[in-house]
Design a binder for this molecule. Structure first.
Ligand SMILES: [Zn+2]
Length: 499
């Protein structure tokens, strides 16, 4: 991208003089960005793909024109984020009981290795019930074994072990060679199948896996246990005991598993307007640029999840906000962060929080912008994170100045963990999502139940950008307010804030 960067900086010089006075952001302003970022040419902006490359070239160009300067820690625009993507490819599985090969009359088994090939001979198989006892400890000797884990919850499990993920990690930490989850009511087999086939992305920094992981249906367990001469219902019943320590299935297994394992270097893009008063803190605007990329198998009518609403709309707002804010100088530094792999668990935002371009205790507020093309003009302003910071009054005052009505309920907080700001909230940085999309939850839920995360979240006549334009204006005002040391004075004494 080096050569392109030179071209764009020349462009930016050429356009610097054309900056006009601030005028309201229009739907057309936003639509031009959404139409490009959510076009088929951008392939749904999957991390590590050609779609990422095009997206970052576009954003770098737009942000440089806005006057932003590269602000990642190495002085470039980009914070690298190492990812790994895994999916099933080919698995040969042969169970043995008393030396005899077993024939299992079910195909409900999915297996993915940590590495591209995984082989094991005569691995002992163990049923571990819910994986841990009432104290949250792995009671079975799982070292070097293949374990079958009930994914569903049980009443006796301590709160931090309710999720199947936490119990899976406990088994990995106890040395299990392979962890196979048994689907149930909470997590049914089609959900596992979809998840495995989507080839999910993990952050390398948090890649805690057994050498082999997988899932089977309860029908598969019935077939397996019956073939080995056991009784599945009895095993299941025994696992309800609060001190269950697992049971050998009297089985061994030969495994030869090939997996798709792809290491990806993706990027957060980070730009900055330097403030006039160094040490007075920073305002951070954030939004995720990524989406699910080519998300349907070959032969499907539409294979691209374009992510027009989620989150080309947010990147459009971010970009227009940067263009307006770039026309004035502010006291505080103002950062713009476009994150990667939000769709796979806020990974880019977590990477930013772990190794931030600006010291976390310097950040006065993070304003995250995600899924903004939902509400029409005139929507109320909701705050995702209402009551969690001391900034609600400030935000309401700015919104009222723009004649916006306020949604005063905390209903939008239902979404607090589903957006990038959460990665900062977890680190005690005030992070909020503000705007109309989360005020009318009926409209939002209608989107979540229909086009969300599918090929139909694309540019169409019906794309609603009226509310997004108003929210862009609101964020410009919020930026001006929070970046001004006379207007916004933090209420609590903050150590290291230098004020
Ligand atoms: Zn999403």
């Amino acid at each position: 991208m080096g050569a392109l960067r030179i071209t764009f900086s020349i462009l930016a010089l050429g356009l610097a003089g054309s900056a006009a006075i601030a005028k309201p952001v229009t739907e057309a302003d936003l639509r031009q960005h959404v139409e490009i970022l959510a076009s088929d040419e951008y392939e749904g902006r999957g991390p590590g793909t050609e779609g990422e490359r095009k997206t970052l070239v576009y954003l770098e160009d737009q942000w440089a024109r806005a006057g932003l300067k590269p602000a990642a820690r190495d002085g470039s625009w980009y914070q690298p984020v190492e990812l790994v993507r895994r999916g099933p490819k080919q698995a040969n599985v042969q169970f043995f009981a008393k030396g005899e090969k077993l024939r299992i009359v079910s195909d409900d088994i999915l297996l993915v290795g940590k590495d591209a090939t995984y082989k094991a001979d005569r691995l002992p198989a163990l049923f571990v019930g819910h994986g841990v006892n009432a104290q949250g400890k792995v009671a079975a000797d799982v070292k070097g074994k293949l374990v079958f884990l009930l994914a569903d919850n049980a009443d006796f499990l301590p709160p931090d072990m309710k999720s199947a993920r936490e119990r899976r990690i406990a088994l990995i930490d106890a040395g299990a060679a392979a962890v196979i989850s048994i689907s149930g009511e909470q997590y049914d087999f089609p959900i596992y199948r979809r998840a495995f086939l989507s080839r999910p992305i993990t952050w390398v920094a948090q890649d805690r896996r057994a050498d082999l992981e997988g899932a089977v249906s309860p029908q598969y367990m019935v077939a397996l246990v019956t073939a080995a001469g056991g009784d599945w219902d009895k095993l299941r019943a025994a696992a309800r005991s609060t001190d269950y320590a697992g049971q050998s299935l009297g089985l061994t297994v030969d495994l030869d598993v090939a997996s798709d394992v792809e290491y990806i270097r993706s990027n957060n893009i980070i730009g900055k307007f330097a403030g006039r008063k160094p040490g007075s803190g920073a305002v951070v605007f954030m939004g995720h640029w990524d989406h699910f990329g080519i998300c349907r198998p070959e032969g499907a009518e539409d294979r691209i999840c374009n992510g027009a609403v989620d989150n080309a709309s947010g990147m459009a707002v971010l970009t227009e906000v940067a263009k307006r804010l770039g026309r004035t100088k502010f006291d505080r530094d103002v950062y713009f962060v476009g994150t990667t792999a939000e769709e796979y668990g806020l990974i880019g935002a977590r990477a930013f929080a772990a190794d931030p371009a600006v010291q976390l205790d310097q950040i006065k507020v993070v304003l995250n912008i995600d899924t903004v093309a939902i509400a029409p003009k005139g929507a109320k302003v909701a705050i995702v994170g209402r009551g969690k910071t001391d900034l609600d009054d400030d935000i309401e005052a700015v919104a009222r100045k723009l004649k916006r009505k306020i949604e005063s309920s905390t209903d939008a907080n239902a979404y607090i963990q589903r957006q990038d700001g959460w990665a900062l909230t977890e680190k005690n940085v005030p992070a909020l999502m503000v705007g109309g999309s989360f005020a009318d939850l009926g409209k939002l839920e209608a989107f979540l139940k229909s086009d969300y995360h599918g090929p139909n979240d694309e540019v169409a006549e019906t794309l609603q950008l009226g509310g997004a334009a108003e929210d862009a204006d609101l964020h410009i005002e919020l930026g001006r307010y929070f970046a001004d040391t006379r207007k916004y004075k933090p209420k609590k004494a903050e150590k290291g804030a230098g004020e």
